[in-house]
Design a protein around this ligand. Structure first.
Ligand code: F6P
Length: 359
């Protein structure tokens, strides 16, 4: 078969391992591959793609980023803001469909998160065989237990908190550390848990400044003159709004800035008796090489996607369910975000360890 590979949206560590494993596996079936450059844009006029073969995917599985480049803007946005579906104009969908057909592409392997996979459904509805692979450091896709890239991002948060811990303790300071994650608190929660945070503020639970301050004061009274407060970029105080930055180039709002706000508020509430610093981990969480867990998961997904294509599956996504790789309808994965809930294991763990979770 001739298979097209597309990755779209933000890069995450592990994309290259998906591409390499898919090409290696497909080659055993006698498949031919092309990879579209900069996501959906490469499938639209003027088309931009490269042939992919065993030579071009040699020694890339351990590398971060993507050899195909990517973008989270452009003519093929699947979602706007917090979950509303963006209907891609019919002429754009037809252009992509016709370009795929004239290149002889019989199936598309689409590596993406919520927005990319929502766009993929719209193209698949025109009749192009599409199989999705769940990619995002936010871990916010439903049905699958894990998206690739998430584990590496959590590791970065854990390592960063470990480093901040020693300087915070030496200086008797409070550090407010902002993580990515959009509307899901997984990165903040599990990064904070692994990295020894005292407080973790996530989008799923509106936090109280008064209670946070009380908690920090109590720590001080107990001789803990330093604290690490992890705040997810989508977190909101009881009375506040999401802190956003203008996103000039995409239909998605760019979240960010809550760490500064939290730091300033703690400073004010303590009448500057607490020395507070804030920092945003930002794109460090997406950069760099994938860890072993992400390489292995990416390879499992890449090869399963090729199997699914040969089984004739359509509009399905490979997913990790009870530690087995299965396929599920893409629509089930993007219908709603996978969010932290009171019965999430890591939430229960954090509460059981006395970590402040917002209330
Ligand atoms: O969805 C992945 C993600 O890294 C989010 O966690 C973050 O909000 C967003 O992308 C950042 O986007 P950009 O790459 O446009 O800064």
């Amino acid at each position: 078969m001739k298979i097209g590979i597309i990755n779209s949206g933000g890069d995450v560590p592990g994309i290259n391992a998906v591409i390499a494993s898919a090409v290696k596996s497909g080659t055993l079936y006698g498949d031919e591959f092309i990879g579209f450059i900069r996501g959906w844009e490469g499938l639209l006029d003027p088309v931009d793609f490269v042939p992919l073969n065993l030579d071009s995917v040699k020694s890339i599985s351990h590398l971060g980023g993507t050899i195909l480049k990517t973008t989270n803007k452009g003519r093929f946005a699947g979602k706007i803001g917090e979950g509303s579906i963006n209907l891609i104009p019919r002429e754009i969908l037809e252009q992509a469909f016709n370009n795929a057909k004239s290149l002889g592409v019989e199936a598309l392997l689409v590596i993406g998160g919520d927005g990319t996979l929502t766009a993929a459904i719209q193209l698949a509805n025109l009749g192009l065989q599409i199989i999705g692979v769940p990619k995002t450091i936010d871990n916010d896709l439903s049905v699958t237990e894990r998206t690739f890239g998430y584990s590496t991002a959590v590791e970065l948060v854990v390592e960063s908190l470990g480093r901040l811990h020693t300087t915070a303790e030496s200086h008797d300071r409070i550090f407010v550390v902002e993580t990515m994650g959009r509307y899901a608190g997984w990165l903040a929660l599990e990064g904070g848990l692994g990295g020894g945070a005292s407080a973790i503020l996530i989008p799923e639970i509106r936090f109280s400044y008064e209670k946070l301050y009380e908690y920090l004061l109590k720590r001080k009274d107990n001789g803990k003159n330093y604290s690490l407060v992890v705040v997810s970029e989508g977190a909101m105080s009881v009375e506040g709004e999401r802190v956003t930055q203008e996103h000039k180039t995409s239909s998605e709002v760019l979240l960010g800035g809550i760490a500064d706000e939290v730091a300033q508020k703690i400073r004010e509430m303590s009448r500057s008796s607490f020395e507070v610093r804030s920092m945003v981990l930002g794109h460090l969480q997406r950069g760099g090489n994938p860890n072993a867990a992400d390489i292995i998961l990416s390879q499992a997904y890449g090869t399963a996607a090729i199997r699914a294509i040969h089984e004739g599956r359509h509009m399905e996504m490979v997913a990790l369910i009870s530690n087995k790789i299965k396929t599920v309808p893409i629509s089930d994965a993007v219908r709603q975000f996978n969010l932290v809930t009171p019965d999430s294991t890591s939430y229960i763990t954090a509460k059981s360890m006395g970590i402040f979770m917002g209330q």
